[in-house]
Design a protein around this ligand. Structure first.
Ligand code: AKG
Ligand code: FE2
Length: 400
């Protein structure tokens, strides 16, 4: 399946090129083969005399005739069996396994449908306006500006229809009043005197006040990102919504990376340094890549009761690293609280899925909007509750 990951779609470009070269080479071989057949034909015509009925009535010449027939048609058969088409058909059979199929076509169509619906971009409108492709791109460009820029002041965020997940994806409803916005701060943090951060403190910014969402700027370098992508690439599998469940709610490919890899280990250590949370019970780092229209519908990152038991508590916090920019779409949105987070390469965001009391915080409902243009990569660390007793204060109040 190709449609759920842009990175694997990129492999198709190389496959298509290779197939085309092989096809061209095959045609040249076929031409050579036909020329060889012509040579055989000429040889047969020029060297073998025409045979009459009297010729075969003589036993001696009849013997020669039979021998000639055997040799001649063996020669022709041998040349024909050297046809390069047999080898090429075998190659095509093998390549077919790697080519996209109807399911991919359907998946891409569904993705396109999703982005059209969410970003209000209907081909009929474009066709009605002007009958050319340029108009489509003009419209697209217009939408790029509209969607990737700050909330539109003409859109009233108090209007319920603008509070939907779709509206949030279009940046139409960032529900933070200017007063609240003023209370958000940006600071350099050394993780409470963490020796790893003393000389290179982390730039921390409040993205949201309540519940708190924090962004860490320049959390990861481009070189580290390239490494994580490289390690993940060969392992990417269709993402699941719960163990062994694949659904259109989550269309992407992902892989959990081994912490034995030094690059992965370094990233985990840095998460521990900046958050002050214990990584001992956290899940391995998961890298995800989205395809055309790839998305993750609104969900809670929380695990079921049974899973929670066997996996060192629930997913208390989510630390999400952005490993790419996205030209259009793909934002992370929190529909209940009205926050839209920009996909910004190198930065990371942290939010809690549990209240201090340990109860589920339903305000952490979030989604990954459909990607319209671009190749979205994220890496996620789910930090579990066990082990954080002395690191995050607990509370008896369920509302805290
Ligand atoms: O892609 C995103 O922005 C969100 C992904 C997400 O929520 C998840 O993987 O759990
Ligand atoms: Fe999530």
């Amino acid at each position: 399946e190709y449609y759920s990951s842009t990175e694997q779609m990129i492999d198709l470009i190389a496959l298509d090129k290779e197939l085309q070269i092989k096809f061209e080479l095959y045609i040249y071989k076929e031409l050579e083969h036909v020329q060889a057949l012509f040579r055989v034909l000429r040889h047969v015509k020029n060297t073998i005399p025409a045979i009459s009925e009297t010729f075969i009535s003589n036993p001696l010449t009849a013997y020669k005739f039979i021998e000639m027939l055997i040799n001649k048609w063996n020669l022709i058969e041998e040349h024909i069996s050297q046809s390069p088409s047999l080898e090429f058909i075998e190659y095509l059979d093998m390549a077919h396994e790697m080519l996209p199929d109807e399911e991919d076509l359907f998946g891409v169509a569904l993705g396109l449908f999703r982005v059209q619906e969410i970003y209000n971009l209907y081909p009929e409108d474009v066709i009605r306006n002007q009958h050319n492709e340029a108009a489509w791109f003009q419209q697209l460009e217009y939408r790029i500006h509209q969607i990737t820029h700050e909330a539109d002041p003409k859109v009233d965020p108090r209007e319920p229809s603008n509070q939907s997940y779709q509206a949030m994806c279009r940046w139409e409803a960032n529900r933070l009043s200017p007063q609240r916005q003023k209370m958000l701060f940006c600071r350099y943090s050394n993780g409470g005197g963490n020796p790893h951060l003393i000389y290179s403190p982390m730039k921390e910014e409040d993205e949201w006040d309540n519940p708190r969402i924090i962004r860490y700027h320049n959390f990861i370098t481009d070189k580290e990102i390239d490494h994580l992508k490289k390690v993940a690439k060969s392992k990417l599998q269709r993402s699941e919504t719960s163990p062994n469940i694949i659904s259109n709610i989550r269309v992407s490919k992902s892989a959990f990376l081994s912490e034995e890899d030094q690059g992965v280990y370094d990233v985990t250590r840095r998460i521990e340094d900046v958050t002050g949370l214990d990584m001992e019970t956290a899940e391995p780092l998961q890298v995800a890549n989205y395809g055309i229209g790839g998305h993750y519908s609104p969900h809670l990152d929380l695990l079921s009761k049974e899973e929670e038991e066997i996996r060192h508590g629930n997913r208390m916090a989510t630390f999400q690293i952005y490993m790419s920019d996205v030209e259009l779409g793909g934002a992370t949105v929190f529909p209940t609280i009205g926050a839209t987070l920009k996909i910004q390469k190198g930065s990371a965001v942290l939010w809690y899925n549990l209240l201090y009391s340990g109860e589920h915080d339903v305000r952490s409902l979030h989604a990954g909007c459909p990607v319209y243009l671009g190749n979205k990569w994220i890496a996620t660390k789910w930090i579990h509750g066990y082990g954080q007793e002395f690191r995050r204060r607990c509370s008896l109040s369920e509302l805290d």
